[in-house]
Design a protein around this ligand. Structure first.
Ligand SMILES: Cc1ncc(COP(=O)(O)O)c(C=O)c1O
Length: 384
């Protein structure tokens, strides 16, 4: 591994007290929640230290968050140049999505999502009292997922549907949607009068060979109503610093976010850390992307050797491996079996919706050694 990422030694990782490292007993190897194991980027540590040294621990001001994100987007996210005035600091992506959903849909309004998908999408919509309307991704025989635009159009036309929550890159299947697909989505939503919210949090982690298309770079009328969510929290592994980003498509979207400013307070230290990430920690991000890319190849080989019954397609983005374990006969929730019998904790497929039955999600944002150990434990679980 690039020394910039540290060594992911288990002794040091077990000293961490975050959710990943404290949820299960020490004999369980955690590979579930989307936290990576790498050492933080130095520019981010410097930014946090500077905030502390200055006693700068008050309420957040977005400062140069908008400009730094726009610079990063122009350079790394498909030449996108968001207007910094339309970029807002939020505490985290799900709080931002939840507030905007409450603002733009009536109680009991329908919100479309594409399972299998990030479990908090279900939870937030339920807590907001909105109806979940599913347009599942299609799954081909070769294990590849795609958007089912016919199913999408059908549900967008259903009565009372007030928003579409799109995940791009998609967690957990790792797809990045093409410009053509996004244009089709924009057409369908425009025709049905449904605004699009796009969660682009994994975009900084697109892997070599694929390109992220920011929704706001489409030349389409639907873009103005679309609110996009991003963050440095996944790409640079700083979810504990509580700062995400919402990007409005026009002043009406900006007004929705401005009105809810009190409900959307980021951590000021997170704002500074994010600016440092976007401006000064791109070499760290490059090292992470290269490592994840290598890890996807490693995992392909390890599964072929030790768990040939598991199907895995290398993703186009991010560090989450979506594993089809249905051939292993471990039931609907293979992660429960891997945990109980193999002492390795993956995310449970069923939490991602009905299409997740028989699947599990493995976090490969770590060292080759720990991935090898995770697969060894999974294989041991199956052997028993
Ligand atoms: C698709 C997606 N959205 C949102 C989040 C939440 O991110 P955060 O709480 O750091 O804003 C995650 C975290 O894994 C995610 O995968």
């Amino acid at each position: 591994m690039d020394p910039i990422l540290g060594d992911c030694s288990l002794a040091r990782l077990r000293a961490r007290t975050s959710y990943k490292w404290r949820t299960y007993p020490p004999d369980v190897l955690p590979a579930f929640v989307a936290e990576m194991d790498f050492d933080p980027a130095e520019p981010i540590k410097d930014a946090v230290r500077a905030v502390l040294a200055a006693g700068d621990l008050g309420y957040p001001h977005k400062g140069s968050l908008g400009d730094s994100f726009a610079e990063f987007a122009a350079d790394r996210l498909g030449g996108w140049s968001p207007d910094p005035d339309l970029v807002f600091a939020i505490p985290d992506v799900m709080t931002g999505i939840s507030e905007v959903i409450r603002a733009i849909t009536p109680p009991d309004g329908g919100v479309v999502i594409n399972p299998p998908v990030y479990p908090p999408f279900f939870v937030s919509l339920e807590l907001a009292g909105r109806r979940i309307v599913e347009a599942p991704l299609s799954l081909a025989d070769d294990g590849s997922y795609d958007l089912d635009t016919e199913a999408l159009d059908r549900v967008l036309a259903a009565p009372g549907v007030g928003a579409y929550l799109l995940c791009n890159p998609h967690n957990p299947v790792g797809r990045v949607w093409s410009r053509d697909q996004l244009t089709t989505i924009a057409d369908l939503c425009d025709r049905r009068g449904v605004p699009v919210l796009v969660d682009e949090i994994h975009a900084p982690l697109v892997l070599p060979g694929s390109a992220h298309v920011p929704f706001h770079t489409l030349d389409h009328p639907a873009v103005r109503r679309a609110i996009v969510f991003s963050s440095a929290s996944k790409g640079w592994n700083i979810p504990g610093l509580k700062c995400g980003i919402a990007i409005a498509g026009d002043t009406a979207g900006a007004a929705i976010l401005t009105q809810r400013a009190e409900a959307l307070l980021a951590a000021h230290v997170g704002v500074h850390a994010s600016v440092a990430a976007f401006r000064h920690a791109r070499p760290w991000l490059d090292a992470v992307v290269a490592q994840i890319d290598a890890n996807t190849r490693l995992l392909t080989g390890l599964l072929a050797e030790h768990l040939p019954g598991v199907r895995y397609r290398r993703p186009q983005a991010s560090f989450l491996a979506w594993l089809d374990c249905r051939e292993l006969d471990l039931g609907d929730d293979p992660a429960a079996e891997f945990r109980a019998r193999g002492r390795v904790a993956l995310s449970s497929g069923p939490e991602f919706g009905r299409p997740g039955l028989g699947f599990a999600r493995l976090n490969i944002g770590t060292s080759p050694e720990l991935i090898t150990e995770a697969v060894r434990r999974m294989a041991a679980a199956v052997a028993r």
